[in-house]
Design a protein around this ligand. Structure first.
Ligand SMILES: [Zn+2]
Ligand SMILES: [Zn+2]
Length: 258
């Protein structure tokens, strides 16, 4: 059997959920073939923690951004802080940003402003954007189309409809699938099949969204294999193939020199 190598394109390693055993989590990930990962920030303080983790561990990179849940904190000063962080060598993307109209943890107008400003930041810094979109297909699609040709991005933890997927693919964006693909109620198989092989990414979004058979527990990057297997099954390919193309794609998307 060939040894499987996986790239977790999106997780929150800086999360408090890993405070007690982060080193062991990274070791288990490596033992499970997940040698590379990008730890995604929710706000500037979190980006600093992510950058520290990235500078301390091989195969770990960070992002700088403001999550839509936190968009109420957005300001010009905060944006300037993100821009400073984005210049550090550990930072490989802007995000996560986007729109979450399911939880509405921040007012929608502020979510839109923070999202647009971070897409502009991605354009200025020439970094890709990591985008979270929930129950906001239409507006996310409109912004992606507006920035088409100016910003590269990924629709992370994709669970949207056909129009959003089309807008993303038309703009040359990548699409990432999480453990949701293993859930019984998952109804996005068509989207998993529609994403071309050179735009496909997989992620755990740890500590959230544990895949079956680990559902209900804290998620961690070593669980990525379950999502890889399910994506492979849906696409009708071998898990080794899915692992290889998604790893290659992550390296290209984040422009990494491994
Ligand atoms: Zn997200
Ligand atoms: Zn996330």
């Amino acid at each position: 059997m060939t040894e499987i190598r996986l790239f977790d394109s999106h997780l929150h390693l800086s999360d408090q959920a890993f405070a007690e055993d982060r080193g062991a989590v990274l070791q288990r990930a490596r033992d499970a073939g997940v040698a590379e990962l990008v730890t995604i920030a929710s706000d500037p303080a979190d980006a600093r923690r992510a950058i520290d983790l990235a500078s301390a561990s091989r195969g770990v990179w960070a992002t700088a951004g403001l999550h839509p849940h936190e968009a109420a904190a957005f300001s010009i000063d905060l944006l300037a802080e993100l821009e400073d962080l984005a210049a550090l060598p550990e930072v490989v993307a802007i995000g996560e940003t986007g729109l979450d109209y399911h939880y509405d943890n921040s007012p929608r107008e502020e979510q839109r402003q923070a999202f647009r400003s971070q897409l502009q930041l991605a354009e200025r810094t020439d970094l890709p954007a990591v985008v979270h979109s929930r129950a906001a297909d239409e507006e996310t699609a409109a912004l992606i189309s507006e920035f088409s040709g100016r910003v590269r991005g990924v629709l992370h933890c994709f669970s949207g409809g056909n129009e959003l997927l089309t807008a993303g693919l038309d703009a040359g964006w990548f699409v990432s699938f999480s453990g949701i693909v293993t859930f019984k109620r998952f109804d996005g198989a068509e989207a998993v099949r529609r994403v071309p092989a050179d735009r496909l990414l997989i992620e755990t979004d740890s500590p959230y969204l544990s895949p079956v058979p680990r559902r209900g527990r804290r998620n961690e990057p070593s669980n990525l294999i379950h999502t890889c297997r399910r994506v492979a099954e849906i696409r009708g390919e071998q898990p080794e193939t899915t692992a290889e193309i998604t790893r290659d794609n992550a390296i290209i998307f984040y422009n990494l020199h491994t």
